[in-house]
Design a protein around this ligand. Structure first.
Ligand code: SF4
Ligand code: SF4
Length: 287
């Protein structure tokens, strides 16, 4: 597998607003995400623990799915395992001023960890670098599914996917029952989600809502729906305290942003919004 990522970040940005043709690739199949974000990175339990330990729980957000065969919370039928709501834990995608694919700077939902100036990942060399990102687009290649690299090629030309042979070692590659408790999590106590699912549906999740899901992922047990209660409560307390550069920058970007797809200021604004708050720098593409 070999990819040409310079000037792309197509897998880190929800770039539908600048795509020449509409795409709904994450909304195929019987389960429809409650959120409206594309290119969500599903984190593993180990990723969730690393983010919690790094004080970055406020950079994470859940994904639930509308599912008529699931359980109802707040009047919304959501996917469930053994009667408990199922979810992915992903990375928040605030609107940022980015200029991928040689476009003019545009407000687009962008991974909280993407440096808008270089279009590189700020946590690439950190313990928190998600397994899914390290493997990307290996899972798609292994499953013979279209990659984001190919979607970018189709939309904007150029060569992005240079070698489509899947890598032999895909650490975060978990399917079916294997994924339970490691990538697909269950929320232990549906009553505690009163009001939360409605806010997930309307895109109004609070910091406290998001912390509940971080705690449930951290306290999950691989291959089961068991959630360690003590670990859940201690993780919840830690998640609630998170006050990172990433969380603060997300709030700031959200205040500043225009509609997705509208013209944005120069991406170097990120030096103030993210850099001055302590975001790790990225190396750039020279050399
Ligand atoms: S979409 Fe492909 S080429 Fe573009 S940044 Fe992601 S991995 Fe790299
Ligand atoms: S963590 Fe890094 S590689 Fe993964 S989606 Fe975010 S910016 Fe992209």
């Amino acid at each position: 597998m070999e990819v040409n990522c310079e000037g792309c970040a197509g897998c880190c940005i929800d770039w539908r607003a600048v795509a020449p043709d509409p795409s709904d690739h994450e909304r195929r199949g019987p389960r429809e995400p409650l959120d409206d974000v594309h290119n969500l990175v599903p984190l593993t339990r180990d990723d969730a623990r690393a983010f919690l330990d790094a004080g970055l729980a406020d950079a994470l957000t859940p994904r639930l799915w509308r599912d008529e065969s699931g359980v109802e919370v707040d009047g919304v039928p959501v996917s469930a395992v053994d009667g408990r709501p199922a979810f992915f834990l992903g990375l928040r995608k605030p609107p940022k001023p980015v200029a991928p694919f040689e476009a003019d700077p545009t407000w687009l939902p962008t991974c909280v960890f993407l440096d808008p100036t270089t279009l590189q990942c700020r946590i690439h060399d950190a313990d928190t670098y998600p397994e899914e990102c390290a493997d990307y687009p290996g899972h798609n290649l292994a499953l013979e599914e279209e990659t984001e690299c190919e979607r970018v090629e189709a939309a904007f030309g150029g060569d992005r996917l240079l070698d489509d042979e899947p890598p032999e070692d895909l650490r975060g590659f978990l399917l079916g029952p294997q994924a339970l408790g490691q990538k697909v999590f269950v929320f232990p106590d549906p009553d505690r989600l009163d009001g939360v699912v409605a806010r997930a549906e309307s895109g109004d999740l609070t910091a406290d809502d998001r912390a509940l899901f971080v705690a449930a992922a951290v306290a999950a047990a691989p291959g089961t729906t068991t959630v360690d209660r003590d670990r859940f409560e201690s993780a919840l307390a830690t998640a609630r305290e998170a006050d990172s550069w990433a969380g603060r920058a997300t709030a700031d970007w959200t205040d500043r942003a225009g509609e997705a797809g509208t013209p944005a200021p120069d991406p170097s604004l990120a030096e103030r919004v993210e850099g001055d708050r302590g975001a790790p720098e990225t190396p750039g593409w020279d050399g």
